[in-house]
Design a protein around this ligand. Sequence first.
Ligand SMILES: [Zn+2]
Length: 134
Amino acid sequence: MAIEDTKVRLVMRSLAVSAACPDCVQRSSRVHCYYQRHLTDRPVAGRRVRLDLRARRLVCGNDRGSHRTSAEQIPALTRRHARRTDALTAQLTDIALFMGGRAGARLSGRMAITTGKDTLLGLIRALAAPQSGP
Ligand SMILES: [Zn+2]
């Protein structure tokens, strides 16, 4: 962990022995490769929080699937292609619902969260969009 004037950086890795494939839900512990993933989390003590995650791509054990590998997702922390944690997304969604785009972006800035009105409005629109499951 590194604490700077305006941000906190956490270096993380998953300790789970296996993970469920997001495509077919089959569990796997065979690592295909590692890669760096960067996520933004809710601020701490007025500082932005960046998670530097050593992510894993796992070999899927399902021979009938259309995929051979899948990126490990950590429950309640990561989602496919997401650049922020679920907790930060929930917080921004609440801000967007209560404040709207422009005022919400200003409030977020005061809370050490960098975002824009279009992002906040997109979160509201995403609530109405149908959820895509595995
Ligand atoms: Zn799979």
